[in-house]
Design a binder for this molecule. Structure first.
Ligand code: AN7
Length: 354
């Protein structure tokens, strides 16, 4: 199917839209599912069938576009003039793009100093009203809930029910692309919306006869922001993976249900494990994702070594965002010498080892 076909049209029968709902689309969804060619060998699991869902190839570079096309379409349908969100970055970029396409004003509250540069750049250029706050994501979301109420602005964080309804379409695509259901689906967890949405999608497919099984859902928080794993909110979450620097996930209970009903787990991975996985994806597979996205590969490595995930399983890792969002991190985590060389052929050959 043509990639610019609106997601809402493709899955209309499974979404809360009518024939008169206006469709605001940027060509979202229908992202590649790529089979790993080197990682499984490197991990000592040559029989592992490892697939990577490249959600960073959505129009604004993250999975958020799947939910945003629906949230903004429904906002337009209801007559809204403005939308608002709190964001660690990707939601703001997506909301800003779809809102401007629809002619709506978009307000975004960002945790000052903790949003990757590419995401901020997007929100600026799409014309969002950007309000950095001296606080973290969880505090920003609390303000957004109040502002939405008091100022009659439509909230487009994942507490907006249409967001997760749109995001569940990723589960449909995985099953279509694999022509079957994976044994495991591994996914990063921040506000815990996406894991909840995938689980809805897989359950719906099983119920409607589109699949005869469901995967075990494994979600991974960053250790410094692992509220669900610890069983209590974290007042000052910290992680290099700024997208999932969230201490009080909004979809906490639904995520726990996804893990328990699917016989899966919510677990955590350290920043070092995240960065190792981030580098491996780039160096072995040619895939540049965000640090947060790499949390699911970090989790796979952990659970392969624990034996919780079998070495011959079919596994899908959801790479939620594009590495270009965060151009600073590669420089911080690599030791490359970028000192310029004289413009001289012999010097170049020497540097290259010829
Ligand atoms: C790349 O943009 O919360 O567990 O405000 O950007 O559904 O929150 C982003 C989250 C994973 C976690 N990967 O998903 C935001 C925001 C990336 C992300 C997550 C996010 P949820």
């Amino acid at each position: 199917m043509h990639s610019q076909y609106p997601l809402i049209e493709r899955y209309r029968d499974f979404l809360p839209v009518s024939a008169t709902t206006p469709i605001i689309s940027l060509g979202e969804g229908n992202t590649p599912l790529i089979r790993a060619s080197n990682l499984h060998h490197f991990l000592g699991a040559p029989s592992l069938k490892l697939y990577l869902k490249l959600e960073g190839l959505n129009p604004t570079g993250s999975f958020k576009d799947r939910g945003m096309t629906l949230a903004i379409s429904k906002a337009v349908e209801s007559g809204a003039k403005a939308v608002i969100c709190a964001s660690t970055g990707n939601t703001s970029a997506s909301a800003a793009a779809f809102a401007t396409k629809a002619g709506l004003t978009c307000y975004v509250l960002l945790p000052h100093g903790h949003v990757a540069l590419g995401k901020l750049a997007q929100a600026i250029l799409y014309g969002a009203r950007i309000i950095p706050i001296k606080g973290n994501f969880d505090q920003a979301l609390e303000f957004v809930r109040n502002l939405a109420d008091q100022c009659h602005i439509t909230i487009v964080n994942s507490v907006n029910p249409y967001r997760l309804e749109g995001q569940k379409t990723a589960a449909f695509e995985v099953v279509e692309q694999l022509e079957g259901v994976p044994d495991y689906l591994l996914i990063p967890v921040g506000n815990a919306g996406n894991i909840s949405a995938y689980w809805r999608g897989f359950k719906l497919l099983r119920k409607t006869g589109g699949a005869n099984a469901t995967p075990h859902m494994f979600g991974f928080e960053a250790q410094g922001a692992a509220a669900i794993v610890r069983g209590q909110p974290i007042a000052n979450p910290e992680t290099i993976a700024t997208a999932i620097r969230i201490g009080n996930p909004a979809s906490w209970q639904e995520a726990i249900k996804a893990a328990s009903e699917s016989d899966g787990q919510i677990d955590s991975v350290t920043d070092d494990q995240i960065i190792e996985a981030y580098k491996l994806l780039a160096k072995l597979e040619g895939i540049f994702c965000e640090p947060s996205s790499a949390a699911c590969l970090a989790g796979l490595i952990k659970h392969l070594s624990m034996g919780t995930i079998a070495k011959d399983a079919t596994v899908v890792c959801v790479l939620t965002g594009n590495g270009l969002k965060d151009p600073d991190t590669p420089l911080k985590v690599s030791n490359v010498d970028l000192a310029p060389v004289e413009a001289d052929l012999q010097k170049l050959k020497t540097v290259m080892g010829f």
